[in-house]
Unconditional design. Sequence first.
Length: 378
Amino acid sequence: MGTITQRKLKDGTIRYRAEIRINRNGFPPFKESQTFSTKRAATIWLGKREAEIEENPEILRGLESLLDLTLDDAISKYLAEVGDQYGRTKTYSLKLLQKLPIAQNMITEIGSSQISSHVALRKKGISKFNLQPIATSTLQHELLHIRGVLSHASIMWNLKVDLQTFDKTTAQLRKTRQISSSRKRDRLPTFDELERLTKYFVKKWNHSSSSYPMHLIMWFAVFSCRRESEITRMQLTDYDEVNKLWKIRDLKNPNGSKGNHKEFNVNDDCQQFIKFLLDEKIRNRMLKRGYCESLLVPLNAKAIGSEFRNACKLLEIEDLHFHDLRHEGCTRLAELGKTIPQIQQVSLHDSWSSLERYVSVKARKNVMPRSQILELMD
């Protein structure tokens, strides 16, 4: 399988070239060589290399660099191959994992002890990285992200990853409540909270140079049932005003957001706030931020979330998130007697089970009507 040839250089120095050539069924032609100063060194390398190939035939496919792949390296390779198919949250989680101790393990050696150690560390918090203890539901998502990388390595890179042990370990962690599924959040803003937030944002808009018309964005989020990340991606060219439809591109989806485009129904209330946001004076102030003119809301999604959180803190409104406005919108549709498919046409939830909580909702006594909302805008 291997040969050693002697070569004489121009200066008279003798060199020994060890070469391996392999043509094996099911593998591409393989050739590798190295040059040594002594025949003994060449012979030792040849024997060692032949033994390595015999033990790990995948070297013949050019996959040698993957044999000692750490989770850190695997995540980098995974993101390079498929990272653009997923949203910001998953990408951030994977990049954070690269900094943690579990990422230094070779993926072929990640088992129950490495997983349980990681869980214990994350539940305790990591002061070195200023990471606070995380919830059991967040931990479960983190482990699912790790499994996604390991599964990809097993299937696409043909590596011997022990997914069976990984699944058994996570099942036991779930059984002992070390990790868990996310709880369904049912927090809705009250009439008083919506009124105070609207008044605060209107006053801020009218008495400052702010580029964020949060009073409009907030209510647009309610009537469109859109997430802040979706609101800031909405292209004006995707609005079918005649049929009252707006296409949302790369809609959030567990199986990947890339190319997941869907249209949502634009109801009359939503249409009213689209007109507000398209007002020339309002758009000119938003466009000062320098974002694309083709967007309905040419602003930063993170900044919208920050503006909302700061307002809640200032107004002493506890445990209210911008995303709760999406739930408020779905609840209002249910209160109007809309069916799950009709709500789904606005919210674009993939799963009907995600909307089950709204089916039997009873009309609230104190819901801010559109007329009062418009009054607050003045």
